[in-house]
Design a protein around this ligand. Structure first.
Ligand SMILES: C[S@@+](CC[C@H](N)C(=O)[O-])C[C@H]1O[C@@H](n2cnc3c(N)ncnc32)[C@H](O)[C@@H]1O
Length: 316
């Protein structure tokens, strides 16, 4: 109801302003706001050393990177919660060197660095890698974070000199379902496996699609942000989900993410689209076993509904 009324309001305002709103992924580039001009020197230096990484979701995340932090109610609090959860998970595992395979803006990488761990933080989105480096500096843990562009399918190539050296590989925030086919998922999981030392552990968060496929909800409100912290503007963010089948009959779901922002009578709406595999628990467990993992377990953090956490280890 909430999101529907927002759409109506924005539509009415757009008509009132005589502007045609085109919610079209191809035009997202025009609608995208660029990251803040003032980028930390360290982040720029990191960027310079990176190969260009192209994955289908880059338009979505690069477009959202400058306001990605608004997606969470309290980003700092989340970093603290992530830190506690990892601390518990790593107990007795002798973890020192960790790969975050989809760092985004650094929520988990910073939590891990805060535990004194040596973190390699990767993401295909250049915009988010920059954000991660800036956030690490903001939290005073940049010495422990190596941020660079890479993607799930190329990790073993990009870090070929470090195969078998990571104590842990993590990917949180339901990033893995950006891969759609069984082959790609198996390849990514095999890369995680090969980068780990024998006995090393993985920790993979995947949205609980067994729950969501049975829910009739189509519109998911994310955040309403207002005030000086947000450039004095109103920001309204919500998703419209569309379920559909892929070429292997696998279940996919499009996220149409709307970001409406502005002040007074003038608001702009941008739409960013990305597609996820609705990766069900049975499929995930099987793919992990096929990649060679053992001790596969599934849990939830603090009974948090939306994410399943899959943990496992590379055999000794
Ligand atoms: C929902 S965000 C989660 C980011 C972060 N882990 C968090 O929890 O905030 C999903 C992330 O997956 C990354 N991603 C998309 N496709 C990917 C791929 N093929 N390989 C690695 N990461 C990918 C995106 O760039 C994005 O940063």
């Amino acid at each position: 109801m909430f999101a529907r009324s927002i759409v109506r309001t924005v539509g009415a305002q757009a008509r009132q302003n005589g502007k045609k709103m085109v919610f079209d992924a191809a035009r997202n580039a025009v609608a995208m706001r660029q990251p803040a001009a003032q980028v930390a020197a360290r982040a720029l230096a990191l960027q310079a050393a990176q190969r260009e990484v192209k994955v289908p979701s880059n338009n979505y995340y690069d477009g959202l990177s400058s306001h990605y932090h608004m997606f969470q109610q309290n980003w700092d609090d989340l970093v603290t919660k992530e830190r506690e959860a990892f601390n518990d998970f790593f107990e007795g595992e002798n973890v020192k060197k960790v790969l975050d395979a989809s760092c985004g803006s650094g929520e988990q990488a910073i939590a891990l660095a805060g535990l004194g761990l040596n973190v390699t933080a990767c993401d295909p989105s250049g915009g988010l890698v920059k954000r991660c480096a800036e956030n690490a500096a903001h939290f005073g843990v940049d010495k422990n974070v190596r941020a660079q562009q890479s993607d799930f399918l190329n990790l073993s190539k990009d870090f070929k000199g470090e195969l078998g050296t990571f104590d842990a590989v993590i990917t949180k925030g339901s990033s893995l379902p950006h891969l759609h086919t069984n082959n790609d998922l198996r390849q990514a999981l095999t890369n995680f496996h090969d980068l780990l030392r024998p006995g090393g552990v993985v920790n993979i968060g995947v949205r609980d699609y067994d729950y969501f496929i049975n829910s009739n909800q189509k519109i998911y409100p994310r955040q309403v942000r207002v005030g000086s912290k947000f450039e004095g503007k109103e920001h309204i963010i919500f998703d419209v989900w569309e379920w559909h089948k892929g070429s292997e009959d696998q279940q996919l779901v499009n996220f149409n993410t709307f970001h409406v922002d502005g002040e007074g009578a003038g608001h702009t709406a941008s739409k960013y689209v990305t597609t996820f595999r609705a990766l069900f628990r049975k499929e995930m467990e099987q793919l992990m076993a096929e990649a060679g993992f053992v001790d596969i377990k599934v849990s939830k953090i603090h009974d948090w509904l939306w994410e399943n956490v899959y943990t496992a280890r590379r055999p000794l």
